[in-house]
Design a protein around this ligand. Structure first.
Ligand code: ADP
Ligand code: MG
Length: 401
């Protein structure tokens, strides 16, 4: 049993004086490549990581939902029939992520938002009160999607206990709806799909237009390689300006090109795009269009040549995010540059940007020297020490016990 499982069970028992009816968990994710392409109906290639969020859950005799998390001392309780009134209120009074929202604290809007969205998606479910105790070993706010993990753990638990019988893709949509509408973070569907569909040693090649997902074996360990996560400890926040501004630029660029989304603009169209739009909009468009192509190229290279050959695509992706999409920060650039200088085959920031984590593809026996080099580069720059650890593609959401 993992520590997060122990912690969730303990929290449940201290809350209710009984054992949970079950324990469910869902992982965080790393995106191998394909950044800011999801909301442009493009392609992404994430994989689930071993770090998981665990929900210990038990049915109650009434129709109230109580949520608790080891993340905080607060416990929040609402009636199931109050959810509908609660979230439209939150939607109108939306503040940036991290700001107090009326009614419930922000963290509780994730699990309660999932309960709300699940009811809307499957109105014939057997809705009963539940106690939900949450614990996690996914770093929070590090770009590893602790948000999708808490949504996924809650959604799989309630889907079983409420007999709503939704499939994994439908549960991913429930999670996104909770995050978009209950929490107010305008994120795409990638994180939830990765957390729901992950499999050991596979990345999820996801078409964000159709939600068609294919598992692509990555063979990282087989090739003698490892993925090093370099969490910069710079907290990102989705709802603050930068993310929304990038989405708006993409919509503007697509409209200028007469396309419904940037998915329908190809690398061959970029010459025309450059003539039609201002420099900033063009560079935002160029990132998304070339990044979509890099995802397709990465999938092909993984299948034809293996993991060892994808390094240059990762490096090109980082440069595009740094120079064209302008979502990197000095800590992310330092991590990527130090890892490459110490021999990494490829490295890039991962997740939405403005902080969070980068990944490096390295030789298995280079974990210590690359980690030391990154730590030393951070110290030399006067940055807070990074949090460094390796990950392997892992299983998606499931019932643990
Ligand atoms: P990321 O997904 O990159 O970790 P987000 O800002 O999308 O960052 O989501 C982080 C937020 O999700 C936290 O601020 C908190 O509100 C909520 N959250 C994540 N994990 C937990 C947890 N274990 N318990 C309570 N809330 C959590
Ligand atoms: Mg998130």
């Amino acid at each position: 049993m993992t520590t997060a499982q122990d912690a969730a069970r303990e929290l449940f028992t201290s809350l209710t004086d009984r054992d949970p009816d079950g324990v469910w968990s869902a992982p965080g994710r790393v995106n191998l490549i394909g950044e800011h392409t999801d909301y442009n109906e493009g392609f992404v290639l994430p994989f689930a990581i071993p770090h998981r969020t665990v929900a210990a859950v038990g049915l109650r005799d009434d129709s109230r939902i109580r949520v608790a998390s080891t993340f905080t001392d607060e416990t929040v309780e609402v009636g199931i029939d109050e959810l509908d009134g609660l979230f439209p209120t939150l939607r109108q009074a939306q503040g940036p992520s991290g700001e107090a929202t009326p009614g419930v604290p922000e963290w509780a809007a994730y699990p309660l938002g999932v309960a709300w969205a699940l009811q809307l998606a499957a109105p014939e479910g057997a809705f009963r009160g539940v106690d939900i105790a949450i614990a996690s070993d996914v770093p929070v706010g590090a770009g590893l999607s602790s948000s999708a993990a808490i949504e996924g753990a809650t959604a799989t638990a309630l889907n079983d206990l409420w007999h709503t019988d939704l499939d994994r893709t439908a549960l991913a949509r429930v999670g996104r709806r909770a995050e978009n509408e209950a929490v107010g973070a305008p994120t795409g569907i990638m994180d939830q799909m990765a957390s729901m569909l992950g499999e050991p040693d596979a990345a999820i090649f996801l078409d964000c237009r159709t939600l068609e997902a294919q598992l692509v074996p990555v063979g990282i360990a087989e090739a003698g390689l490892a993925i090093l996560v370099m969490d910069t400890r710079v907290k990102h926040a989705h709802s603050t300006g930068g993310y929304g501004e990038r989405r708006a630029a993409c919509e503007r660029g697509a409209a200028i090109m007469g396309a419904s989304s940037l998915r329908d603009v190809s690398v061959a169209d970029l010459g025309r795009a450059e003539e039609l739009m201002d420099d900033v909009t063009f560079r935002r468009v160029r990132h998304v269009v070339t990044e979509n192509q890099r995802v397709l190229d990465t999938v092909r290279v993984l299948r034809e040549q293996g993991a060892r050959a994808i390094g240059d695509l990762l490096v090109a992706s980082h440069a595009s995010m740094r120079d064209d999409f302008e979502i990197s920060v000095p800590e992310l650039d330092t991590a990527v540059e130090a890892a490459l200088a110490a021999g990494a085959l490829g490295a890039r920031m991962t997740g939405g940007g403005f902080g969070g984590a980068a990944i490096a593809l390295i030789e298995q026996d280079a974990v210590a020297p690359v980690s030391d080099a990154v730590t030393a580069a951070f110290a030399a720059a006067g940055f807070t020490a990074p949090h460094l650890f390796t990950v392997t593609p892992s299983a998606g959401a499931h019932r643990d016990a």
